[in-house]
Ligand binder design. Structure first.
Ligand SMILES: NC(=O)c1ccc[n+]([C@@H]2O[C@H](COP(=O)([O-])OP(=O)(O)OC[C@H]3O[C@@H](n4cnc5c(N)ncnc54)[C@H](OP(=O)(O)O)[C@@H]3O)[C@@H](O)[C@H]2O)c1
Length: 309
């Protein structure tokens, strides 16, 4: 593995990256780091107000940054369709970073399409976006689709016949971990399909480890800044990191020429914090049958099937 310094990224002039959820959290820092390379970076977010604050903060830090905004709500099929049309109209698309994700909720909600909201956003919304943007990625040689996974997959129980947990008391954490696991399996299944079709696109998974707002640097007004005092921050830093460092694996998965499709990148120390490194894929992420079942379920729920050309 080559050495990689997150603070000295290779120049990417003339390249274009789209970061979903780039107006908040880890996505903001992914956008900031990618923009520092000279690339054009487009935030695809559901809140124009938050995107505007993020764009102003990024531009204030780096007046040379080339930035844009596309409205995207992953819980709304019509929004995904119009965002994908805008993405498809870009002259090039070197990477789509699927960072946006809905956290565990306090109560049951549904997406516009009527699916349980967490699974509907994280798995089905991202699946639809992949299907609709794959042609744009395939037009740009060497392009990548980077899916933001989660260590939560280790806890996940994913039953393709019961992804909405119908008829059970609402427990959001299992829905969240199952949705992130489904996203990761989908990314690996997509990579197998891309390779079988000799597509020029690579599908890669990154995960941030454990990344906290309270350990991240000041990026007001884009992000709230409520740092922990040292007595909390120092012990927390043993097993977690700021969202700026949480961005590193996705940024490396986007930029490093040694990255290949089908790989997973995460933090070095206990997969929780530290420098971004390639990780071994445990058996739970190599299950072909479950990946195909989740793919088929996602096709039937969204009516879309990502087809390499
Ligand atoms: N933080 C961690 O330790 C951790 C660990 C494992 C995995 N992850 C993953 O890393 C990614 C970023 O996490 P984070 O900690 O930065 O979370 P965050 O601060 O809650 O940010 C999540 C982002 O996703 C966006 N989003 C949520 N629902 C959306 C929708 N329907 N359509 C479009 N965008 C939507 C949010 O937009 P709004 O600003 O409009 O809400 C926000 O920009 C997520 O995929 C998460 O699952 C995080």
């Amino acid at each position: 593995m080559t050495t990689w310094n997150p603070a000295r990224l290779p120049r990417q002039d003339n390249r274009t990256f789209v970061v979903t959820g780039g107006g908040a959290g880890i996505g903001f820092f992914i956008a900031e780091q990618l923009a520092s390379t000279g690339a054009e970076v487009i935030l695809a977010t559901r809140s124009e107000e938050r995107a505007t604050r993020a764009l102003e903060t990024l531009a204030a830090r780096d007046p040379q940054a080339r930035l844009g905004f596309i409205r995207l709500d992953l819980a709304d099929p019509a929004s995904i369709e119009s965002a994908a049309a805008e993405i498809g109209a870009l002259p090039r698309l070197d990477a789509l970073v699927l960072n946006a994700g809905l956290k565990p909720q306090t109560e049951h909600h549904t997406s516009v399409a009527g699916d349980e909201l967490v699974f509907g956003t994280n798995q089905l919304g991202n699946f639809a976006l992949i299907a609709r943007t794959l042609p744009a990625l395939e037009r740009t040689p060497g392009s990548r689709l980077v899916t933001m996974g989660s260590l939560g997959y280790t806890l996940a129980r994913l039953d393709p016949s019961d992804v909405d947990h119908v008829g059970r008391p609402y427990r959001s954490l299992p829905l969240y971990t199952a949705s992130k696991y489904a996203q990761m399996l989908t990314a690996f299944e997509l990579d197998r399909r891309l390779r079988a079709a000799t597509s020029p696109v690579a599908s890669v998974v990154a995960h941030p480890g454990v990344a906290m707002d309270q350990l991240a640097p000041d990026r007001r007004p884009a992000l709230p800044y409520v740092p922990w005092p040292a007595y909390r921050a120092i012990p927390a830093r043993l097993f977690s990191q700021g969202k700026d460092a949480g961005a590193w694996p996705a940024v490396r998965a986007t930029l490093d020429p040694t990255v290949n499709g089908g790989e997973m990148w995460g933090p070095r120390f206990l997969s929780s914090r530290g420098a971004p490194v390639r990780e071994r894929l445990p058996r739970k992420l190599r299950t072909l049958e479950l990946a195909r079942e989740i793919w088929d379920l996602s096709v039937s729920r969204t009516g879309l099937d990502p087809q390499p050309r």
